[in-house]
Design a protein around this ligand. Sequence first.
Ligand SMILES: *Cc1c(COP(=O)(O)O)cnc(C)c1O
Length: 341
Amino acid sequence: MIDLRSDTITKPSIEMRKAAYDSEVGDDVYGEDPTVNKLEEIAAEKLGKEAALFVTSGTQGNQIAALTHCKPGDELILESSAHIFLYEGAAVSALAGVQSRPIQGISGAMNPQDVKEAIRADDIHFPETSLICLENTHNKAGGAIVPLENMKEIYHIAKNANVAVHLDGARLFNAAVASGISVKEYAEYTDTVQFCLSKGLGAPVGSIIAGSHDFIKSAKKWRKRLGGGLRQSGIIAAPGIIALEKNIKRLAEDHQNAKILADGLANIKGLKVANQVETNIVLIDVTETGLSETAFIETIRGQGVLAGAYGTNHVRFVTHLDVTKEEIETVLQKINKALKH
Ligand SMILES: *Cc1c(COP(=O)(O)O)cnc(C)c1O
């Protein structure tokens, strides 16, 4: 099977497994795990933030941000197909007691004017806007890069209104590698950032959230409340250090492979590439094959290719470090063959 369902499916490398084995550990709830501390220092440094915290998942990181920035009855503004809105089980409502205010963007980017107008005035009828969530790269928009200028404008609007900005940067390193803009530059227009170690960066577990010392102090308490205070977690933080040392630059290969895949798919009768393919995600519209998205996925599965359903008639392919350029060529041959039957 060639698995293009997600970049989360990568298996830890031998080097990562060895690093886990060799890692120096301690009780991280006491702040005594040197490997976790090192990972957090490296991550904070990269993002240009005062401090960082190792959390169990991207979802937990985003939720800790919502819990820390907001109080029950507040409202947060986000793009209408944001991961936090679509794919986190309404946790911002269930856990933080927050109402979401979705704003439709273009390729994952909200119009700053729309954001400005959505910020609530001081009125007894209204919830208080306490947070704006950005997402870069934008998953549902097919790994689209939200332009730095867009983030900057929204950040300035937020600061004028005394509203916090959180970046769901699950794939922020993909945006940085593809655009040539550093993660630090992106993070400059945010108060807090979450990124995943367990996606394109190839670590088996975990995410980072970063922000000010005060934010991380509160975030640590929320992580504990959520059951995310781990003990000798250097074992799982060590592969995260390797991910940051070794697997950032190579994301460019995933982006090249995604382009090769998209070009090849566009040449297959009945398939339309539905996104710009700026990073490692390819979305296709399968309408003209006469197959539903699930029937299409079953058909290519029969040839040994795995992809994910992505809304009506849409299918998502994600390139990652466990799939080579040669395998991408094979995928194209197999899909061609599958559709001819
Ligand atoms: C994957 C993803 C998350 C959640 O990360 P998990 O580690 O799967 O919980 C959050 N936001 C975006 C944009 C993602 O792609």
